[in-house]
Each structure stands twice: as structure tokens, then as C-alpha cells.
Design a binder for this molecule. Structure first.
Ligand code: FNR
Length: 349
């Protein structure tokens, strides 16, 4: 099957597959504060990913491009909403355009629409230094995402079967490209062990891409004749994954994503240690089913709601939101305790 056809199938199956659930955000409760001592007009949403300054912690995570006209239209719509709402946006994997010039336009449209916006390029872990540089140049990217998607590849009938040499390639890319590199998962979560190996080779920003939202094992299973069920619930739930990486590596910049669906989910991700939150599936669904205006309204509502939540918690900035007290219960508490993390760090601060 051609890459372009696969892109279209991913979109169709992502739209028809329900969210995984179990991101772990339901296990997190903020400790209410009756004296927040804050003026709502003083609340600011800007944040930083290393050297990149963002006016909002929300961004549109990597989805598409490389599947002809339909993916051109989707990237155009996503870019219009990103520009209007002044949020960052990642394009989907650019491998197709690196191999086939005809697909470049489906990615380049994002920069054409949003000349001054923050845009992330996206490549897979098989990419070389040359691939990485070309992907960044293609859209004059401000950052480069490298996605790790082993389980997706294993379930994908035509997927990769050789996962050697990835860390070395990431190290070479980090050293060679001029923009910040973000290593991301695609919905299976990142462990502290993975983060440790990434940190050792110089990675400074990770998107933990946890379990709980769009599920690529289920999506790939829809493309198979014989279903592999045992990967359908595989992975580290997003809330637990953020803690695994953020608590173990305070120097790493952590992005929380995978099943972030509301401003409350986003606030919890940030309070657990994330500096920004990526969203993919629900933004695609809103755009495809309701159009750009509806997508803009959705993102504006997220901003509005996050501001209200920060007001209730007395957190004027994203930085302050990262330090508010919260209690971790249930499966997430169990996971973190078993993995040797101290959950009192969050409840008693
Ligand atoms: C994705 N995602 C993705 N990620 C990536 O790094 N490169 C890619 O090409 C794609 N392609 C892609 C296509 C479609 C249709 C979807 C919905 C998603 C994964 C995405 O960036 C994100 O990590 C996951 O979707 C989890 O976030 P949500 O959807 O639960 O918010």
C-alpha cells in the first residue's frame, strides 16, 4: 500500500475509533483554595519549551500531510486555526515528502498560511541527519519532532521490523540541526528508563505521548485482517508518564499529551510537570466534522477554561500552576508507588 493511501486510512480510522480513556487524569484532584488572591486579568498562559516561547501551553500535535489533497486541506485548516489562536502546530510525519516531491505542498501549506507561527517538523526514528535537515527546511520549522512508535509499527501489517540504531540517529540529529528537538511518543507513553536514555544523548524536550486518547494499536488493527488484540491496551497512561519523566528529570522539558481533552486535563498535566500540552484527535475531528470556525471556538474555549481553573487555584502563570498542590488517587497512585515515586511531593507542596 502507498504511504499516501495509508495517511488517508489513518485519518478515517482515527475519526471512527473512540478515545482509549484511562489517561489517568480522573485520578488527579486539585486541592481547592478559598483565598486565591488573584485578579483574573493578571492570568497569563504563556509558557516556554526550552528556548521557544509560546503564548499558550496548548498546541496542535502532529497529524498529517503526505496524503494528497485531503491532507493538504486538513493541514491548511489546522494552520488557519493555529494562526488565529496563536498556538503552535506540528505537521505529521514528512517521510512521504522526503521520498516524493509531489507531497511537499501538503506540508508547505502550513508555513504559507502561518508565516510567523511556531511550527514543528516531524520525522520517524528511521530518519537520517539529512532527512531531519530537509524536513526542517521544508517548512522553515521552529522545532523538530522525532516520533517513536514501535507498537504502532508492530501492529501495522507493512510496519518496520528493525528498531536498532535509533538512539544513535537521534543523537546525531540533536547535534546537527539548528532547532530544538522534541522526541515524542504517539500514545503509548514514555517511561523514566526511555527518558534517561534520551537525556544521555542530549535530548532536552520530550513529549511523553501517553495512553488514554488516540490509540494507534486499535487504529492499525482496523487495517489488519487478523487482529492483534494484546496491544490494544498497551502503554503508560498519560498522567503516570508525565510524573515518571518530570519527577525523575527536572532538567528535561516535558510535554503532556495523549488523551488531553479538556482544559482541566491540561491543567492537571501541567501541575504534574508538563510545560505544554499537545492535542491531536479531537482537533482533527472538530475540523473535519465542523470546520475551521468551530476549531477556533474549541481552542478559544480551552484557553478561557484554563484561565478560570488557574484563577480558582490562584496560579497567575503556567509556572505557578506547575506548583499547586494536588492529590493522586487510584490506578495512577498505584502505578507511581510501584514505580518508586513519592506522590506526597504533589499533595504536600
Ligand atoms: C497522529 N499522530 C502522529 N504523530 C506523529 O508524531 N507523527 C504522525 O505522522 C502522526 N500521525 C497521526 C495521524 C492522526 C490521524 C492522528 C489522530 C494522530 C499522533 C499524535 O501526534 C498524538 O501523539 C496522538 O494522537 C495522541 O494524542 P491525542 O490524539 O490523544 O490528543
Amino acid at each position: 500500500m502507498s504511504r499516501a493511501k495509508r495517511k488517508i486510512e489513518h485519518i478515517q480510522h482515527a475519526l471512527s475509533t473512540a478515545d482509549q480513556g484511562a489517561s489517568g487524569f480522573d485520578d488527579i484532584t486539585f486541592v481547592h483554595q478559598s483565598l486565591p488572591d488573584v485578579r483574573m486579568n493578571d492570568i497569563h498562559l504563556h509558557t516556554a519549551l526550552g528556548e521557544l516561547s509560546l503564548s499558550s501551553p496548548f498546541f496542535i500535535n502532529a497529524m498529517t500531510g503526505g496524503g494528497g489533497q485531503q491532507t493538504f486541506e486538513i493541514n491548511k485548516g489546522l494552520a488557519e486555526a493555529a494562526k488565529h489562536c496563536r498556538i503552535a502546530m506540528a505537521v505529521g510525519s514528512q517521510t512521504s515528502a522526503l521520498r516524493d516531491n509531489k507531497q511537499r505542498g501538503t506540508f508547505e501549506i502550513v508555513r504559507k498560511v502561518n508565516k510567523n507561527g511556531i511550527i514543528f517538523a516531524n520525522i520517524g526514528s528511521e530518519a537520517t541527519v539529512d532527512d531531519a535537515k530537509r524536513a526542517v527546511d521544508m517548512i522553515e520549522a521552529d522545532g523538530l519532532q522525532i516520533h517513536l512508535n514501535v507498537v504502532q509499527e508492530l501492529v501495522m501489517p507493512e510496519g518496520d521490523r528493525d528498531f536498532t540504531g535509533v538512539l544513535l540517529r537521534i543523537e546525531q540529529i540533536v547535534q546537527a540541526v539548528q532547532v530544538p528537538v522534541i522526541v515524542k511518543e504517539v500514545g503509548f507513553g514514555m517511561s523514566k528508563e526511555t527518558a534517561s536514555r534520551l537525556e544521555e544523548v542530549g535530548v532536552k524536550i520530550v513529549d511523553i505521548g501517553g495512553l488514554g486518547g488516540t490509540n494507534f494499536a486499535r487504529i492499525e488493527n482496523k487495517r489488519r485482517s487478523s487482529i492483534i488484540t494484546y496491544f490494544n491496551d498497551w502503554g503508560i497512561p498519560t498522567a503516570a508518564s508525565i510524573v515518571e519523566v518530570a519527577q525523575t528529570f527536572p532538567s528535561l522539558v516535558v510535554i503532556g499529551s495523549g488523551g488531553v481533552r479538556t482544559a482541566l486535563d491540561a491543567a492537571k498535566a501541567i501541575a504534574l510537570g508538563a510545560s505544554a500540552v499537545g492535542m491531536a484527535g479531537p482537533l482533527l475531528r472538530t475540523l473535519v466534522e465542523q470546520g475551521v470556525e468551530a476549531l477556533v471556538a474549541y481552542i478559544e474555549e480551552l484557553h478561557h477554561d484554563l484561565t478560570l481553573i488557574m484563577g480558582a487555584l490562584g496560579a497567575k502563570t503556567i509556572d505557578k500552576l506547575q506548583r499547586v498542590p494536588l492529590v493522586i488517587r487510584g490506578d495512577t497512585h498505584h502505578w507511581l508507588t510501584e514505580r518508586g515515586f513519592d506522590t506526597k511531593v504533589y499533595s504536600c507542596r
